[in-house]
Design a protein around this ligand. Structure first.
Ligand code: PMP
Length: 285
């Protein structure tokens, strides 16, 4: 079965799906995106993802391409036309297509909307979670508004590639003061020796992860000890546990940082508890 993409009002086979060469997303990375988990054909935490998409659009003054109900319908159609049971849905909205020039195009220029969905192998991700992943730290060289989920991901691409070349699956980005900001495509967490869950507070320096917010609800519901504060790379090396959160991996244990084992070098109890508890907290729609 060929994959189907939604592009500006039409459902088309991937091979024929295209946007113009002067699209602002292609020319300037002038656009935003969202990634939502699909489980059993249903969207997970859709309302929170849609709220973050609205915020990203507002922050960049990109017009909403269609009413929220219509976009929800397109997302569902894209999932069902691709027969995705478990996977992800990707939504990208750019400032549209116009002769290349830095200032915004004239008011009324229609934004470009692309929606794709793809299957992922849940069993493989669960298996990975049983092993845990390796992360590699590196300087955070991104711009100062990474709270906006923009498609300008070049520093993240370079960080992920560097991590991969060093045998890691994720890069942990480190600010000028030596504090971990977040992963290149996930939020970063540690569990201290005295069993406190620690993650960086929201601000302009990290993406407000939806999985992070659901895990926070879970922590509150379970009455776990939690500290929202920046942590250093040295603290992470010395931590009892570490893990990352993202819509595609949920709660993923980290077993080595820069080649050093975290705790006893195996996925931690807290990460396991949160991973198992996640589905009870996540909203299905
Ligand atoms: N930080 C960054 C930089 C990301 O790219 C992602 C994944 N989109 C996250 C955090 C995690 O966000 P979420 O839980 O909403 O997937």
């Amino acid at each position: 079965m060929s994959r189907i993409a939604y592009v500006n009002g039409r459902y088309v086979p991937h091979a024929q799906a295209c946007v113009g060469i002067e699209d602002r997303g292609f020319q300037f990375a002038d656009g935003v995106y969202e990634v939502c988990e699909v489980k059993g054909g249903r969207l997970i935490d859709e309302a929170r993802h849609m709220a973050r998409l609205d915020r990203s659009l507002k922050e960049l003054r990109i017009d909403h391409p269609m009413p929220p109900q219509a976009l929800k319908l397109v997302m569902r159609q894209t999932v069902s036309r691709n027969r995705v049971r478990d996977g992800i849905i990707y939504v990208q909205i750019t400032r549209g297509e116009m002769r290349r020039d830095f200032p915004f195009p004239p008011a009324g220029t229609p934004p470009t909307v692309v929606v794709t969905a793809r299957h992922h192998d849940r069993a493989r991700i669960d298996q990975l979670a049983e092993q845990g992943i390796a992360v590699v730290t590196m300087p955070d060289i991104r711009w100062q508004r990474v709270d906006i989920k923009s498609v300008a991901l070049l520093p993240n691409v370079l960080a992920k590639q560097a991590a991969k070349e060093q045998g890691g699956r994720e890069a942990w980005l480190v600010d000028a003061e030596g504090f971990v900001t977040e992963g290149a495509s996930s939020n970063a967490w540690i569990v201290s020796r005295d069993n406190k869950l620690i993650t960086r507070p929201l601000g302009t320096g990290i993406l407000p992860g939806i999985t992070r917010s659901v895990v926070l609800d879970l922590i509150a519901a379970e009455g776990l000890v939690f500290e929202e504060r920046p942590f250093t790379v040295e603290e992470a090396y010395a931590a009892r546990e570490a893990f990352v959160t993202s819509a595609s991996q949920l709660v993923m244990p980290v077993v080595t940082i820069d080649g050093r084992p975290v705790g006893n070098g195996a996925p931690g109890l807290m990460a396991g508890l949160l991973r198992r508890g996640y589905s009870q907290m996540a909203a299905v729609s």
